[in-house]
Design a protein around this ligand. Structure first.
Ligand SMILES: *Cc1c(COP(=O)(O)O)cnc(C)c1O
Length: 450
């Protein structure tokens, strides 16, 4: 028989709050599997740490979002936001579900092309498009969403020299009641800049105005803000029709829907407070349907949802490296998952679950990553049971941004696996090795040891 783990006795103050049927205690549940597979077996196979993506969850969430919109509006098109997670396997899942690609750089544009996405199903956003990028997008018939006047003028130049027309939209920023306002991207609605850009496009012979775009922010907890934004874009569409007798083909509402993660400092868990896809769909489609756009000319509704589609489908599995007491007696746990891999721990209070049942005794603790940096904190405060060196845990809801914003800092990026719909496991990104970085570095000869 295995010796029981020693747990140091401690006296803790009872927290005020609403007791559940077990009293005042925080019970930490364990999470032993993902999509029916034992996490312990995955650790044995892939080491620690590693990311897991669930195709089943991706499908479920996508279908939920698609239905919310398509039950309320006749023409709906999703475009996968590459920067939210651009692992090729992930992009291919969204493309196979019917999503176009939404990209914000030449690098992402080429990723979409090499994933086999037809140029005419790529939306090119962002403030940084080189003339070469623009030329390629024009040749491929992609949708170019113009961000600023300098881009507008260079695009006119590019189309003239190619003797081709470009399909364009403008990104519009506006006051939706969300502050701080994201006014650094696109053309402002209230001060007339957006209308000015539209007039210039309409007068240009080589630009075909096909749409209107906005992306009001990210993790937007107010569905209502989207109603305001959609109404303002619809007003621009109506103005275009009045002045130019021109109908746009689509209104693109961008991304920004909140995922179920809990923001730091939030009073209630995100899963209880974030609006549902139905909530967002209701306000957006209300604004479009109730606008003055004529029923025969209703534009396609494009959504570039990133975070809310993938966050729930991602997990990171890790291992406890050490338990230690801080100078003031506070418990701390050092784990092998740092902020270099889990960038979102700067914003979220991520949930952490042991993969095996542990004791019901919990203690307030701080969870540190493995980096030799003071900023490397995964959770500042969590009621957590005793876990020992070598024990494994899993952090759910990490699918958005972590696998694109991760840093190669102090440690290398780990394996990423995909559990497909048939519960087969695929290694979709190999853990990096030192050799990967040797290939891009160059030490001048005189510094080399002879
Ligand atoms: C980042 C981004 C998105 C996706 O945003 P989420 O908050 O992840 O939904 C969509 N459109 C544009 C233009 C973006 O920059």
């Amino acid at each position: 028989m295995e010796k029981l783990k020693y747990e140091r006795p401690l006296i803790t103050k009872i927290n005020a709050g609403v007791p559940d049927k077990f009293g005042m205690k925080t019970r930490v549940k364990s999470m032993s599997g993902i999509d029916g597979l034992e996490i312990q077996d995955l650790v044995t196979k892939f080491g620690s740490p590693f990311f897991v993506l669930s195709e089943k969850k991706i499908n479920q969430t996508y279908n939920e979002a698609y239905q919310a919109f398509s039950n309320r509006y006749p023409k709906v098109q999703f475009a996968w936001s590459y920067k939210t997670n651009y692992l090729n396997a992930v992009c291919q899942i969204y493309h196979s579900l019917g999503s176009w690609a939404e990209v914000v750089s030449g690098f992402e544009y080429h990723k979409a092309i090499s994933n086999g996405v037809p140029g005419s199903m790529i939306i090119f956003n962002g403030p940084d498009k080189s003339e070469e990028d623009l030329a390629e997008a024009v040749k491929n018939d992609s949708f170019i969403h113009i961000d600023h006047f300098d881009e507008l003028y260079s695009l006119i130049q590019v189309t003239k020299s190619l003797k081709k027309t470009a399909k364009v939209a403008i990104r519009v920023n506006m006051d939706t009641g969300i502050y701080p306002q994201w006014d650094r991207f696109g053309f402002n609605y209230e001060n007339g800049e957006a209308w000015n850009a539209l007039n210039r496009i309409m007068l240009s012979e080589s630009l075909e105005l096909v749409g209107l775009h906005t992306h009001i922010g990210t993790y937007i907890m107010s569905a209502n803000a989207y109603g305001v934004a959609a109404a303002k874009l619809a007003a621009l569409a109506v103005q275009l029709h009045r002045k130019f007798n021109h109908h746009i083909k689509y209104i693109d509402m961008g991304g920004g829907f909140a995922s179920k993660n809990t923001l730091k400092g939030a009073y209630l868990p995100g899963k209880d407070t974030c609006p549902s896809f139905n909530d967002y769909a209701e306000t957006i489609t209300n604004a479009l349907i109730n606008s003055e756009i004529s029923p025969e000319q209703m534009p396609t509704l494009i959504l570039e949802t990133g975070r809310a589609l993938i966050d729930d489908a991602g997990y990171i599995v890790g291992t406890v490296l050490a338990n230690k007491r801080l100078a003031n007696g506070r418990r701390s746990i050092v784990v092998d998952v740092g902020v270099n891999l889990l960038f979102t721990s700067f914003w979220y209070d991520h949930e952490i679950y042991p993969i095996k049942e542990t004791s019901q005794q919990t203690e307030d603790a701080t969870v540190y990553g493995p980096l030799c940096m003071n900023i490397d904190v995964i959770r500042e405060a969590i009621q957590f049971p005793l876990m020992q060196k070598g024990d494994h845990f899993v952090i759910p809801r990490v699918g958005a941004y972590n696998m694109s914003q991760w840093l190669q800092f102090i440690t290398l990026r780990p394996n990423v696996i995909l559990i497909d719909n048939q519960q087969n496991v695929h290694l979709i990104r190999k853990k990096e090795t030192n050799e990967v970085f040797q290939t891009v570095e160059n030490t001048p000869d005189y510094l080399l040891k002879k």
